[in-house]
Design a protein around this ligand. Structure first.
Ligand code: AHG
Ligand code: MN
Ligand code: MN
Length: 350
């Protein structure tokens, strides 16, 4: 029988091998994330029953107000993480303000950012969704964390990853030493190492972009969209609309996922996806797997976030395919790039 490696054992062994001086706080934080993933698996597997059973996770329903699943998952993550003493602050896609650790609980050396349910518009159609997270080291010095702990460029990340609630539940993470994937065995309730050391294949198979917005794309992006469809590329199209799942496929099959800027909504000139909760964590994972992620101008991981909910264009996957997008944008979208660069700051790692 093959050797079974649980996520607990894997994280612990990784820590002992690479960070022998570590206190174990980070290891425990990762265990917490795996536990939350199991709880959200339970929630999402009952999503279709919400109308007959009431609020997700609640069987005793009479008169209870129903909550949307993403709001419920958001609250669950916060409540699972607020009292552990491992975090100093959190930021969630679902909440306008940073989430502070209540005064009655101790704080710790890390900051957590998360998108509780990515692809939530797919829930009603029973399509896979996921949770995205990233962890930064605390930089503020007071008793409680501050927004500065949440506004750090991606290259400073300690770890990032995601879980997918699909035909099986998977947890994929990187703590800076490669990317590792675990599949939940529902019979024993454990995440088992199923995808050790994931590397993005050099021969790409799929591309993933919403061609429905072609009319709203800037010239360079439009040309890039066309370039992807040319027979020489030999790429097939897949677009689920749950980025975390589209990303996961891209990571395993090779290819590119893109959510470019467009002119649909003047209030969102830089696309829809959020730097802190969606793009930066997946960029970290992509680079750890030998891929690359860009905003169309430079590395996602070099962007200095100005606002916790800031949106950026996103191109991720095989390096050559992503760099091609940068090339098209550089050549054809000069005016747009000028505007973008006047608002977005790229910093070079020290
Ligand atoms: P969320 O559910 O967290 O709000 O994110 C949804 C995002 C992303 O997952 C997906 O790739 C994208 O929305 C799909 O958007 P379009 O329907 O505009 O292509
Ligand atoms: Mn999302
Ligand atoms: Mn979401």
């Amino acid at each position: 029988m093959a050797k079974l490696i649980t996520i607990e054992r894997h994280i612990l062994e990784e820590q002992q091998a690479h960070f022998p001086e570590a206190t174990g706080t980070f290891t425990n934080l990762m265990y917490d994330i795996a536990l939350v993933a199991k709880q959200i698996t339970h929630l999402t597997s009952r999503a279709g029953l919400a109308n007959i059973l009431g609020a997700a996770g609640d069987v005793n329903v009479q008169g209870e107000q129903q909550q949307k699943l993403d709001v419920y998952a958001d609250d669950l993550i916060y409540r699972m993480m607020d009292h552990t003493g491992r975090l100093c602050i959190m930021g969630s896609e679902e909440r306008p303000e940073p989430l502070h650790i209540p005064d009655k609980y101790p704080t710790g050396p890390y900051a957590l950012l998360y998108d509780p349910l990515d692809g939530s518009s797919n829930i009603d159609y029973n399509v896979s969704i996921g949770t995205i997270f990233s962890i930064h080291r605390r930089v503020s010095t007071g008793d409680r964390g501050t927004i500065d702990d949440l506004l750090q460029p991606g290259y400073k990340m300690v770890a990032a990853g995601y879980t997918i609630y699909g035909s099986s539940t998977m947890l994929v993470y990187s703590a800076g030493i490669g990317v590792h994937g675990f599949t939940l065995d529902p019979n024993i309730g454990e995440f088992l190492l199923s995808h050790p050391n994931i590397r993005i294949p050099s021969k790409p198979k799929y591309y993933s972009i919403n061609h429905g917005y072609t009319a709203y794309w800037h010239d360079g992006v439009r040309q890039y969209g066309q370039w992807l469809t040319q027979p020489e590329r030999n790429l097939s199209l897949r677009y689920i609309g749950s980025m975390v799942v589209d990303f996961h496929r891209t990571l395993l099959s090779g290819g590119v996922f893109a959510y470019p800027a467009d002119t649909r909504d003047p209030d969102k000139p830089f696309g829809k996806l959020r730097l802190n909760y969606e793009c930066a964590p997946l960029a970290f994972v992509a680079e750890q797997a030998g891929g690359y992620a860009s905003d169309g101008v430079g590395p996602i991981l070099n962007i200095q976030p100005q606002d916790i909910h800031q949106r950026v264009p996103f191109f991720v996957g095989n390096r050559d395919l992503v760099e091609k997008a940068e090339e098209f944008i550089d050549q054809h979208d000069t005016e747009w790039v000028e505007r973008y660069m006047s608002e977005v700051q790229h910093v070079v790692p020290a």
